[in-house]
Design a protein around this ligand. Structure first.
Ligand code: KQY
Length: 363
C-alpha cells in the first residue's frame, strides 16, 4: 500500500481517542526467553486471556512468529484471527501503527521510528529491526495508507490523546536522551502536531516509579473522555511514587486542554509494591544487551495500563486489596462499559501491561 510523503495534519487526519469506536485490536505473541520467563509460557496463557476478553467486544488479530504460529493458533480461541508477523517482542502499542482518521472516516497509519525504548543509549534489547517493520506490515494487511515518520522516534505508549486536539505525554520519555536528543521540546510538539493533528501538549513530568520505558504516559495517566483523566495515585508519602503522582496531579489540575476545559482528575490507587521473586528471576534467560530481571526489583505496577474496547474495559489486577477499588473507580469512570479484570503479573514481569500489548484500530 501507499507510503505517503505528506503528513496527517496536511491531509486533514487526527488521532482519535481510544474511547472512540474500534474496528479491532492488534496483539503480538510473547516468546523471547530473555524477557518472558520460562520461554514465555506463563505470559502466553495471560495473553490468551487478554485476547479472549477483548474479542468479546471487538475483533482481535494476534501477530505471531513462524516458529510459534501453530502453538498460538492452538491456544487462542477461534474467534481470534492469527497472522504470521515477525517481531522482536510483543509490545504492539509501541511498535505498531498509530492510526489516524479524517472527517470522511478514512483511517491511515502513522509508522514511527522504533528503537526499543532508547536505542544504543538505554534501549531494552538489540536488535529491534523486526519491531520497526511491524507498523508497515499491519498497514499492508489492513490496506491502510501509511505515513512513515522517518527519523522521529516514538512509541504509542508514550502518548494519549482526547481526540479533540489534546495530547498527554511525559517529559521523562519524550525528552529522553535515547529518543530524539537533537530535537527541542518545541520541535517535538511540532512533530506531534504534524503526525497526530493535535493542538496542545500537556506535559507530565515522570511516569510510574521504575518504569523501564522512561516513564510512558500510558502507565500513569489516561483519558476517560475529553476533559477527564485517570491518574495513578498513592497516599503513602514514603513511597517514591507519591512525589511523582503529586507533581503530575498539580500539573493536570492547573492545566486546560486544547478546547480550554479545566480537567477532571480521577485518582486511581496503585497496588502495593510488586517485586520480582527469586523464582521468577531465575526463569528469565540472561542475555548481554537485554535488561536483566533481578529478584527484588520493583515492577512498574499500575491499574492505569488498561485497554478501552468497544463496550468494555480490559484491565490488569495484581492480587491486591486495591483490585476491588480499581474496579469500582473504573466502573464509575466508564458507566457504559463492562469492566473485565485479568491477573496480569506475568505481563508486568515483561515490563508493561495490558495497554502496552494492545493497539486499537479505529473504525
Ligand atoms: O510498557 C510498554 N509500553 C512496553 C514495555 C517494554 C518492555 C520491554 N521489556
Amino acid at each position: 500500500m501507499l507510503r505517503l510523503d505528506t503528513t496527517p495534519r496536511s491531509d486533514g487526519f487526527r488521532m482519535p481517542g481510544e474511547f472512540e469506536p474500534h474496528a479491532g485490536c492488534w496483539i503480538l505473541w510473547p516468546e523471547r526467553p530473555d524477557n518472558w520467563r520460562l520461554g514465555g509460557k506463563p505470559a502466553q496463557a495471560v495473553f490468551v486471556e487478554v485476547a479472549a476478553a477483548i474479542a468479546r467486544f471487538e475483533p482481535v488479530t494476534v501477530g505471531v512468529s513462524a516458529a510459534q504460529y501453530d502453538n498460538a493458533v492452538n491456544l487462542l480461541p477461534d474467534s481470534v484471527r492469527v497472522v504470521e508477523l515477525s517481531n522482536n517482542d510483543s509490545w504492539v502499542r509501541d511498535c505498531g501503527p498509530t492510526f489516524v482518521k479524517d472527517a470522511r472516516g478514512e483511517v491511515r497509519g502513522v509508522d514511527w521510528e522504533f528503537n526499543a525504548w532508547g536505542g544504543l543509549f538505554d534501549g531494552l534489547y538489540f536488535p529491534w529491526d523486526r519491531d520497526d517493520e511491524v507498523a508497515r506490515k499491519i498497514c499492508e494487511i489492513e490496506r491502510k495508507k501509511r505515513y512513515r515518520a522517518e527519523g522521529f522516534v516514538l512509541e504509542g505508549g508514550s502518548i494519549h490523546t482526547d481526540g479533540e486536539g489534546t495530547l498527554y505525554t511525559t517529559e521523562e520519555c519524550l525528552l529522553s536522551e535515547g529518543r530524539n536528543p537533537e530535537l527541542t521540546r518545541e520541535e517535538i510538539e511540532e512533530k506531534l502536531a504534524e503526525y497526530l493533528g493535535i493542538e496542545k501538549v500537556i506535559w507530565l513530568k515522570q511516569g510510574i516509579y521504575n518504569d523501564e520505558t522512561n516513564g510512558h504516559v500510558d502507565n500513569i495517566c489516561c483519558v476517560v473522555k475529553p476533559g477527564c483523566v485517570l491518574l495513578a495515585w498513592t497516599d503513602d508519602e514514603s513511597d517514591p511514587q507519591y512525589a511523582i503522582s503529586k507533581e503530575n496531579y498539580d500539573i493536570l489540575t492547573r492545566a486546560t486542554d486544547a478546547r480550554g476545559r479545566a480537567l477532571q482528575v480521577i485518582k486511581l490507587p496503585v497496588p502495593k509494591p510488586v517485586l520480582i521473586t527469586a523464582e521468577e528471576s531465575k526463569g528469565v534467560d540472561a542475555v548481554d544487551g537485554t535488561l536483566p530481571r533481578n529478584a527484588g526489583d520493583r515492577l512498574a505496577a499500575s491499574y492505569v495500563n488498561f485497554y478501552i474496547a468497544n463496550g468494555g474495559i480490559v484491565a490488569p489486577s495484581f492480587n491486591d486489596p486495591a483490585d476491588a477499588v480499581a474496579h469500582e473507580i473504573l466502573q464509575q469512570a466508564f458507566p457504559d462499559r463492562a469492566i473485565v479484570q485479568i491477573p496480569a503479573r506475568e505481563i508486568l514481569l515483561g515490563g508493561g501491561n495490558i495497554h502496552c500489548i494492545t493497539q486499537q484500530q479505529p473504525v
